[in-house]
Design a binder for this molecule. Structure first.
Ligand SMILES: Nc1ncnc2c1ncn2[C@@H]1O[C@H](COP(=O)(O)OP(=O)(O)OP(=O)(O)O)[C@@H](O)[C@H]1O
Ligand SMILES: [Mg+2]
Length: 357
């Protein structure tokens, strides 16, 4: 997969900007707050229909403007494609895929496949389970369109069950339990399967990033085991659910855990070990996407040189050097010193929302 060009109009600090891209390494460099990450954000927005920085789409529209437009032209399966998103201060966004309007965000997913490496990734492993579920959900939804549908159905049933609990009535609870269990079972299977794939990849990648010193493992923690047990557990926690007014038990509580040399990363891991583990997780994500779509995903590397030590930066650059990559940095020399990147490299200097290549 290759991105050929990006066109931005009133997006963040860009007024009108067209960027023609190199098939290999694209480096956006410049001082802080000039618009480097905004470029990556525009690509991410076209791939997933949402930003990695905000849920408020109005924030993406340039200050003082009313509309914003992003257009990305890309090559997939040797065919030309384009995604165009229009944002307006007063209405919902309009997404067009190859000039045809797409009605749901879920229809956009899976067209432009990318993996983002960001300094903020580390919170995926450090903070609440919701972020780990989000990571897993985004990975699976990019590859399995049905998954996002299952998730939204599960959440609808969960909301309805919670509303029903608040009526303190239990006569019809079985109807909600049965539906919840059916969707939970399917979602569980997907998650189990993808955790298994992540594990297989991370086991190969992680030793290479740590001079063979660390063995990594990823463990799926779900309170779903099978449908029958799930239904029994829902019954068992019914009194508690009624008391609190929400459903305690279910795959909306799922989590995964990472261990390094059989010890919990979250409890015992150092900052550097967290960073390396997240790198393994992301590279595993990239390899899984590649295997499933049979094309290279696009890689976005935001500020990696400022967050990782030289050895790890070198490892990651050696892994990504044959992909189409978008790298941001403040110091161009922090990139140019890596010989593996200097063959097919295009440099863009960014200053106050203007790009010079
Ligand atoms: N809606 C908007 N309209 C205009 N400017 C905006 C908007 N949203 C953000 N900006 C500006 O964009 C700039 C930040 O851009 P970005 O995050 O891409 O910076 P960066 O070059 O990646 O910086 P750093 O090196 O600090 O990460 C800020 O100056 C901010 O004020
Ligand atoms: Mg930035």
């Amino acid at each position: 997969m290759l991105i050929k060009s990006i066109y931005l109009e009133n997006f963040r600090n860009y007024e009108k900007q067209k960027i023609e891209l190199s098939n290999n390494i694209n480096v956006f460099y410049g001082n802080n707050a000039q618009g480097k990450t905004n470029i990556l954000e525009s690509l991410y927005f076209c791939a997933l229909g949402r930003s990695f920085r905000t849920y408020k789409e109005n924030e993406l529209i340039k200050f003082g403007a009313e509309n914003s437009k992003i257009k990305v032209e890309y090559l997939k399966n040797n065919r030309d494609n384009e995604i165009e998103i229009n944002l307006n201060n007063n209405s919902k966004k309009i997404i067009k895929l190859n000039k045809i309007k797409v009605n749901k965000n879920s229809e956009l997913l899976g067209n432009l496949n990318l993996v983002l490496f960001s300094p903020d990734d580390i919170i995926i492993l450090k903070q609440a389970p919701a972020l780990r579920r989000k990571f897993l959900d985004i990975l699976i939804s990019q590859l399995k369109p049905n998954y996002i549908h299952l998730l939204s159905e599960y959440n609808k049933v969960l909301e309805q069950r919670n509303a029903y609990l608040k009526t303190k009535n239990t006569e019809a609870i079985d109807i909600w339990d049965e539906q919840l269990a059916s969707f939970a079972e399917k979602i569980f299977e997907y998650r189990k399967n993808y955790i298994e794939k992540l594990k297989e990849k991370m086991e190969q990648i992680h030793p290479k990033l740590t001079n063979e010193k660390e063995i990594i493992n990823i463990i799926y923690n779900s309170n779903f085991k099978n449908k029958l047990e799930f239904l029994n557990n829902l019954k068992r926690s019914l009194q508690n659910d009624l008391f609190k007014g929400y459903t305690h038990y279910g795959i909306h509580r799922d989590d995964f855990e990472i261990t390094i040399n059989n010890k919990s990363l979250n409890i015992y891991g150092s900052q550097g070990q967290h960073r390396t583990a997240i790198l393994s997780l992301k590279i595993a994500e990239m390899k899984i996407i590649e295997e499933e779509i049979l094309e290279n995903p696009i890689l976005l590397l935001d500020d990696v040189t400022s967050e990782l030590d030289l050895e790890r930066v070198n490892s990651i650059f050696n892994i990504v050097k044959d992909y189409q990559v978008f790298i941001t940095c403040t110091d161009i020399n922090s990139i140019l010193k890596f010989d593996c990147l200097t063959k097919n490299i295009k440099l863009y200097n960014i200053e106050g929302g203007t790009i010079k290549s």
